[in-house]
Design a protein around this ligand. Structure first.
Ligand SMILES: [Zn+2]
Length: 103
């Protein structure tokens, strides 16, 4: 009786390992595909609304820039304000997007 149980256990173990191995392989391929698709759609839709970024605000001209914008680097310290938030929240404060860097 003990032998039968151990044989059954060994068989079950073998089956589960084989099944797991195949499933894991299929799963990882499927999930990697779906995540890449999801990521690309998310980034394209969220850039304009939800994603928080660093911006440089010009409190004098009421324009906002990407920190990399060469025009933002010319803003004098008293008119310059660093901001981290969504694009919409900057616009809602009355700022306009810079025409050069198009933040
Ligand atoms: Zn700019």
């Amino acid at each position: 009786m003990k032998k039968l149980i151990s044989i059954l256990l060994a068989f079950a173990l073998c089956v589960s390992i084989c099944a797991c191995g195949e499933n894991a392989c299929i799963d990882s391929e499927e999930t990697s595909n779906t995540t890449t698709v999801a990521e690309t759609t998310e980034t394209t839709t969220e850039i304009s609304s939800e994603i928080k970024s660093d911006y440089i605000l010009n409190t004098n001209s009421m324009k906002f820039h990407y920190p990399s914008c060469h025009s933002a680097k010319k803003i004098s310290d008293k008119n310059r304000k660093e901001y981290h938030g969504t694009r919409d929240s900057v616009i809602s404060q009355g700022y306009d997007a810079c025409g050069i860097c198009n933040p």
